[in-house]
Design a protein around this ligand. Structure first.
Ligand code: PLP
Ligand code: ZN
Length: 447
């Protein structure tokens, strides 16, 4: 169903292509715009004043109702569901914002704060989007939810589908996802298909399967997922007492998260909850940086198109993506906010990750790319030493403990079999079962 009269509706799916911009109903099961193939986004009219929203959202923090306790559904005035819609939630969101003095020093900043989205129910920001996508799957009466995944989307989908009593099937590139993520997905009861191919092959299969009546696709091309993920912008600003930071930096793979974060800030701006938006910068791994290359070309060419990378390479598997689906949305966000897109080496990611650990925080490799990117952007002068900077940590440390143990043992091998000699290695010390031997070594701890 195509909607022609935008004035009479409260919420819709809209094609992002400016010369199409067709509207579709919220109950239409679509992957992309059926007319032009463009990406879809959700638009919604909000009937509350800025101050009213702030007060309402704050008051809900004292409530025990599930839809108030969720760090996503607490902001439901900006989500495309009725106030009393049945929701599928695991109490996602509500993630901590940490001060990180060691990481700040490492980056050359006076101050750095880390928004730890790894502290979600299944250990990554994917949960904030999945709660909305699975709620939508239930509204549509879907029987099976499916996705292609580098691991975290799989774990998240499996958990939320289990909560909803919905079937779910997952396509992963064989042998390319971390064991912890695979283990979670199996434990939540998903059907896991290990595809001979890479993530982009899985994505192509998903697009073919999407045509099936009973199947609902929850990859980040799904605009309902991005609605959930955008709420991190609101939660972050609440934590900052609505003081807008100068920079927000995050890793980019399929670029759904960058798109969602930008959408969140722009909606707050439009509603008058903030007076400006932060610069949003995206960091990729050197071996999987199609968006960084696109951004470099976009400086001289207004109408750039993404050139996919056939065989992306990085140990940061969550951002090992060669053909990011949401690049158009993300490019718009980076351009409109005045941000940058850069890539960092495997070594830079590894050292940044170890430093984040030294702040007592920890994250998975892809998340550390954000901090490695901030260090670079301070060096180039794009980020000033005294500015307020937020790094979004996208995934939990335990998602990839193999990486960490290999780093500390000095056995981490980057693509091309390059050895990464960690500057912040910390090895276990073999000792005899003897108090004096242990005491003698305690003094050697460096800080
Ligand atoms: C999914 C994911 C990313 C990449 O996010 P996109 O929306 O695909 O750009 C980065 N880090 C972690 C830990 C992830 O799970
Ligand atoms: Zn269209």
């Amino acid at each position: 169903m195509e909607i022609s009269d935008a004035e009479t509706i409260q919420a819709a799916q809209r094609c992002i292509e400016p010369d199409c911009a067709r509207l579709y109903g919220l109950r239409d099961k679509l992957l992309v715009c059926p007319h032009c193939g463009g990406l879809l986004e959700i638009v919604k009219r909000v009937n509350h004043a800025a101050q009213e929203l702030k007060e309402m959202w704050r008051a809900r923090r004292a409530s025990n109702a599930p839809r108030d306790r969720s760090g996503v559904w607490r902001f439901r005035e900006l989500l495309p569901f009725d106030e009393d819609a049945p929701i599928i939630t695991l109490t996602e969101g509500n993630t901590p914002l940490y001060d990180a003095p060691r990481a700040a020093r490492f980056c050359g900043l006076e101050r750095l704060e880390l928004k730890h989205q790894g502290c979600n129910p299944t250990g990554s920001f994917k949960d904030t989007g999945m709660t909305v996508a699975i709620t939508q799957a239930v509204r549509l009466g879907a029987r099976t939810a499916i996705c292609a995944s580098t691991g975290n989307t799989a774990a998240s989908l499996a958990a939320y589908a289990a909560r909803a009593g919905l079937g779910c099937a997952i396509l992963v590139p064989r042998g390319q996802i971390s064991l912890a993520k695979l283990a979670q997905t199996l434990d939540y009861g998903a059907l896991v298909f290990e595809v001979e191919g890479n993530f982009d092959d899985c994505m192509r299969l998903i697009q073919e399967l999407a045509a099936e009546e009973t199947v609902y696709v929850v990859n980040s091309i799904n605009p309902f997922r991005l609605e959930g993920q955008k709420t991190v912008a609101i939660e972050l600003l609440e934590q900052l007492d609505w003081q807008v930071p100068d920079h927000v930096v995050l890793p980019g793979g399929n670029l759904g998260n960058s798109s969602a974060l930008g959408k969140g800030f722009f909606e707050l701006l439009a509603l008058g909850l903030i007076a400006r938006v932060p610069r949003i910068s995206v960091v990729q791994a050197e071996g999987a940086a199609p968006f960084a290359r696109l951004f470099a070309r976009s400086q001289t060419d207004e109408r750039v198109e993404l050139v996919p990378i056939a065989a992306p390479q990085t140990l940061a598997t969550a951002i090992k993506i060669g053909a990011p689906v949401s690049w158009k949305k993300a490019l718009e966000v980076v351009r409109r906010t005045g941000g940058q897109v850069i890539s960092v080496s495997e070594r830079e990611i590894a050292e940044a990750k170890a430093i984040i650990g030294r702040d007592g925080i920890g994250c998975e490799p892809a998340s550390a790319a954000a901090v490695a990117g901030i260090k670079r952007l301070v060096e180039t002068g794009f980020i000033a030493r005294a500015s307020s900077v937020i790094a979004v940590l996208t995934g939990h440390f335990l998602k990839d403990s193999d990486y960490a143990i290999n780093y500390h043992r000095g056995t981490l091998r980057a693509p091309g079999d390059k050895e990464l000699e960690g500057a912040h290695r910390n090895l276990p010390i073999p000792v005899p079962a003897n108090k004096a031997e242990i005491l003698a070594r305690l003094d050697h701890q460096t800080n």
